[in-house]
Design a protein around this ligand. Sequence first.
Ligand code: KIV
Length: 310
Amino acid sequence: MSAHPKQPDPGTERKPVTLPQIAEMKLAAEPIVMVTAYDHPSAQVAEAAGVDMVLVGDSAAMTVLGYDSTVPVSVDEMIMLAAAVRRGLKTPLLVGDMPFGSYEGSDQQAVENAQRFVKEAGCDAVKLERGGASVERARAIIRAGIPVMGHVGLTPQTATALGGFKAQGKTAGRAAQIAEDALALQAVGCFSIVFEAMPSEVTAALMPRMNTAAIIGIGAGVETDGQVLVFHDLLGIFGGHAPKFVKRYADVRSEMVRGVAAYADEVRSRAFPAPEHTYAVEPEELEAFRRYLDQETLAEADWDWSATEI
Ligand code: KIV
């Protein structure tokens, strides 16, 4: 039996996706669909497309805020974006990405910032990156009653320490490190873990050990419980370089440029606005207005405007 409807059924109200439902989908081997969103319109698109989870990723730093990496984005910026996404979503489970520097310092810092994502932005869960000390932070946040998604493999917040934006787990030693981190995050109760940019064979070898956490892949092969892509990458909105694991399902940027360029052309040729985009005025009102303008000294005019609707 299906744990979750695969397609949104037009006309029938879908129920909000819950944590137990994500666990059921994993058990039923039903692929889980996650996409990022950063604002109200992208949330509405994710809602209409019927995805299961939406991540307000710190990729927002690059896709919508124009930073060079994910590192500079602040908790305040992420909360503002996540709150806008919340207002556009009814159904998918909403995960807020804790930015670099917002959870590493102490359990208290991690819990307080995770609580902000829930209280101020209405997120259902938070995500943090890496194993090591992040495992303890994940445990503390879960103990505080907030579901946590982990993230291993390529972890963009610490990409410099990993040798740049490149696939991870390509040696037995590095793959073992990823396995240790993933198993530790699962053991402390992460309901889900992102596997990013790692060989699909490594993922396949590890998946039988991932018994409770729903594994969401991005550049980690087809064996995971689900997939995530960055909204701007999959729709072709982002102009820059896309990683190897991105598949473009649309070329929205070209269409946006085409639309804005056509608008610019029509403004310059005065083809826009056309009569259907303008407001009309009754002829007698216009005549009266012209008479008013024709007076020699406007400032001294004794004109009764009270009868005129503006
Ligand atoms: O920030 C992000 O968008 C992410 C996904 C790529 C998993 O972490």
